[in-house]
Design a protein around this ligand. Sequence first.
Ligand code: EPU
Length: 443
Amino acid sequence: MDDYFEIEGLAGKKLLSGEVEISGAKNAVLPLLAAGVLFDGKVSLENAPIINDTRRMLELLSALGAKTEFDEFAGVASVNCASLDSHSLDVEISKRLRASIILSGPILGRYGEVEFPHPGGCVIGERPIDIFVECFSKMGARAEERDGIYRLECSEGLKGTEVFMRIQSVTATETLMMAAALAKGETNLKNCAMEPEVAALAGFLRQSGVEIEGAGTPTIKVKGRAGRLLSPRGRAKIIPDRIEAGSFIILGALCADELVVKNCVPAHLEAVTSLLAAAGVPLDIGQDFIRLSGNGRTANSVFKNFNVRTHEYPGFPTDLQAPMAVFLTQASGEGLIFETIFEGRLGYTEDLIKMGAGIKIWDAHRASVKGPTPLNGRLLEGPDIRAGLALVIAALAAEGRSQITNVRYLDRGYERIDEKLRSLGALIERKTLTRSKDSALIF
Ligand code: EPU
């Protein structure tokens, strides 16, 4: 049994209004929790998003022998790895969470060995882990893979060295930063990802005593502590989720008259807001908020189209590619979507086409979107976390009723998303799906 959302569309009218508070970032809380393995005591994280991925990461840590707590009322997640008793990641949980791979760095750094399965998570492309394995090998680890389980070992401890990552990878950069923190000698990481979540992890490590510099640039230097664990120094606060914030702004552009997206970092969203502003979306950008005002006076067809090319930060985030495609269905003219990071991230366009969108798919990476076209509500299958929210936005912009299945993906990444949408006036209900004996869905 799974939940689904039933949504009554606004038929292109901009009737939503209000304020929405952005939660802590999923992709920031996961590496900071994994960093708990580097410590000899309890690490507490404030503004932790109350989502299933946070819970899964805590379960993974708990299965390793850590003491974990999640005060969901206060939004504080804590992990104490003083008495870890395993270096093997739980296979079932790891297969559901790509971010499980991040734990490999701190565990290998601390114990000189780690075992884990190929990590799972959203099916948005091949998602190999070759860069992790190559870079660990450069730092002195021996790697083998048998029956889908990777085993890395370096009984004499990881050695700091120069490591060039062939591809800028967010989780590989985070994982290697943590491995380097416990290595012997200095590690020079090159071609690093520059995402705000990488910089947030580096900030946390620095605040905790690691000599680390350069995060947010392509080169990060880490002075290794030769196995010496860190001691907690106060609480860290998780940065706001730029993907949730960006999604609400796109939703607002299509469906809201007045909307304030609060508790966000607009500087993390320039690639998104600059496109929307050039398209004619009336945005007012503050220090920690983005306001949309008088948007009801702008007919959707007035919005101009643009091309979207996903790119590593500070370029346009792949995680907002699907919501932006929905925006383009309501802008005038033709815009090209070019997904450069993942090769399986345009699948949701089939659903948009069924709703009436003028989309042509050229190949696994490119689609063009011609607008504006009215969308019609229908049964939609949420394919992954980010495209799932894009379909919610499409359903709200559409005429008629939609059902969106696989809400479990949305629950992995967005805190109380249906409640937040309802507070803006959206007609969205969470319902439970049952199946008949022949597996047909019963709504
Ligand atoms: N890649 C390799 N080999 C590797 C690692 C990555 O070829 O060993 C490739 C990937 O296949 C991809 C590219 O490198 O083509 C970049 O992927 P990256 O490794 O940066 O992605 P990730 O670290 O697995 C994180 C986010 C994703 C987000 C991407 C890109 C986390 C937990 N996940 O994934 O977020 O899309 O960076 O920004 O931080 C999501 O939140 O829904 C999500 C998918």
